[in-house]
Ligand binder design. Structure first.
Ligand SMILES: Cc1ncc(COP(=O)(O)O)c(C=O)c1O
Length: 457
């Protein structure tokens, strides 16, 4: 038996098309509703260019990746699929554990897969600048990098708790030429209002989205870019799963279980959607597990309802699993998982029982991340560490049951700019956060009312 560890594709194997799961869902997604009229809407044109709007609602199965986007993908794609043999050995498990390593992109995560595409279409549409929010800084740095390569300016509202926890992410964005401000920010009306309510407001992705949306909506030369949640963003990430399928052919195996962390849903979707097609269309027996933090458990403790995408109610209303748009998660280190809602496609798949979800808390997640680092060498981002935790749990379950499962997880990003979190864990000062039932109930009490015909969708 081969002892091969890395399954490598050539640049020619970079997918030429993205996979659009909307072609294969077999049901229509509930409509996106305008935040004021509560009637069906497209993505607001002052925020998004026509090409992205078309992709958002397209039912075409394959959408061509423009050549300039593929040319930038060549800088870091295809990414390797790696068999975690040393981790398997340490766990003494019969399971085969694989991870798709997205940490090798210039910004260190999967996020450039869509940032490059979004910057390309914005440039084509004649825009000068993109505005966005960032939590952990992974998305902001991906967009800063993409904008620089495509000749656009970039403005990033960075969630305050991450701005303070991760100063080097800010430096990274600034090195790629972006303007980075902390959110809430007194320069926007909503930021000023949040700061007036609470001068120590820790910020949240919901608040930062409101500020970036406001900036794009009030400047003709600026569009808004979102790093997750929307259909077109998830689709751009499918290069991950499409490559993984080819790599499993090389390995002569097929995954029994796919695992990915889930914030808004983009790395999860990019990794699993091509396999989901095989599950839906070909009836393949495959378990697909989304891993969220117990501090922001939209799938496992939220409800499936229409809610605003942002705290200030400026973004469209989508049907998703939500904790309520006013929900402010505890300041866990996995900043990219601190979002109140979930991508509508992922929410629909969960509602239909096609995927599973589990919530993990910070301390066991870091324990798993350290075990991974001490066997496989690579230090995972705190978000990625959620997937590592469940991959280890499943490998140990396989050992208990005496079965040899093939387990694959998406290694969404490295944690080399998250070392303050590892330091806290190593020093024993990292805390777990309990999520009081009342804080979810309070946020869910103010979900928007939408016309009944859509509420029933
Ligand atoms: C490394 C990493 N993994 C996962 C996520 C979660 O986002 P998503 O669910 O869109 O993949 C983020 C978000 O910032 C991230 O930076």
């Amino acid at each position: 038996m081969t002892e091969k560890s890395k399954f490598l594709l050539s640049e020619e194997d970079i997918p030429k098309t993205w996979y659009n799961i909307q072609a294969d869902l077999g049901f229509d997604l509930p409509p996106l509703l305008h935040p004021e009229t509560k009637e069906p809407t497209i993505l607001p044109p002052p925020l998004f260019c026509a090409a992205l709007n078309e992709q958002e609602f397209s039912k075409e199965r394959e959408i061509e990746i423009p050549k300039p986007v593929r040319d930038i993908y060549r800088m870091y794609r295809p990414s390797p699929l790696i068999r975690a043999r040393r981790l398997e050995k340490a766990l003494d498990t019969p399971a085969h554990i694989y991870y798709k390593y997205e940490g090798g992109s210039p910004s260190g995560s999967h996020k450039p897969n869509t940032a490059i595409a979004q910057a390309f279409y914005a440039k084509e549409a004649g825009l000068k600048r993109l505005a966005t929010e960032t939590g952990a800084g992974q998305w902001g740095s991906a967009l800063a990098f993409a904008c620089k390569l495509l000749g656009l300016e970039c403005k990033v509202f960075m969630v305050r708790v991450s701005y303070n926890q991760k100063p080097y992410r800010r430096v990274m964005m600034e090195t790629w030429g972006a303007e980075v401000v902390e959110s809430p920010n007194a320069s926007t009306p909503m930021g000023a209002a949040f700061l007036e309510q609470d001068p120590d407001h820790p910020g949240s992705l919901g608040v930062a989205i409101s500020e970036a949306v406001f900036t794009a909506g009030t400047n003709d030369d600026t569009n808004y870019a979102l790093g997750s949640v929307l259909n077109h963003v998830l689709m751009h990430q499918t290069v991950i799963g499409l490559e993984t399928q080819k790599q499993f052919e090389m390995a002569d195996e097929y995954p029994d279980i796919l695992i990915a962390s889930i914030g808004g849903g983009s790395n999860f979707s990019g990794f699993v959607f091509p396999f989901m097609r095989e599950k839906i269309v070909d009836g393949r027996d495959i378990r697909i597990i989304a891993v969220e933090p117990t501090a922001s458990p939209s799938l496992t403790r939220g409800i499936y309802a229409f809610d605003y995408g942002d705290t200030a109610q400026a973004a469209p209303i989508a049907k998703m699993f939500t904790l309520g748009h006013t929900f402010i998660p505890a300041p866990i280190h996995a900043g990219g998982l601190r979002y109140h809602g979930m991508a509508p496609i992922v929410a629909a798949l969960y509602d239909k029982g096609l995927i599973e979800a589990t919530a993990e808390s910070q301390l066991p997640v870091f324990k798993a991340a350290v075990q991974f680092a001490q066997t496989e060498g690579v230090i995972p981002a705190p978000e990625t560490a959620h997937a590592v935790k469940v991959a280890i749990d499943e490998a140990l379950k396989a050992k208990e049951e005496g079965v040899s499962k093939v387990i694959a997880f998406n290694f969404s990003g490295h944690g080399l700019l998250d070392l303050a979190a590892y330091d806290a864990y190593n020093q024993g000062s990292l805390e777990d956060y309990a999520l009081p039932e009342e804080s979810i109930k309070a946020a869910m009490a103010i979900l928007p009312e939408v016309p009944t015909e859509y509420a029933a969708a």
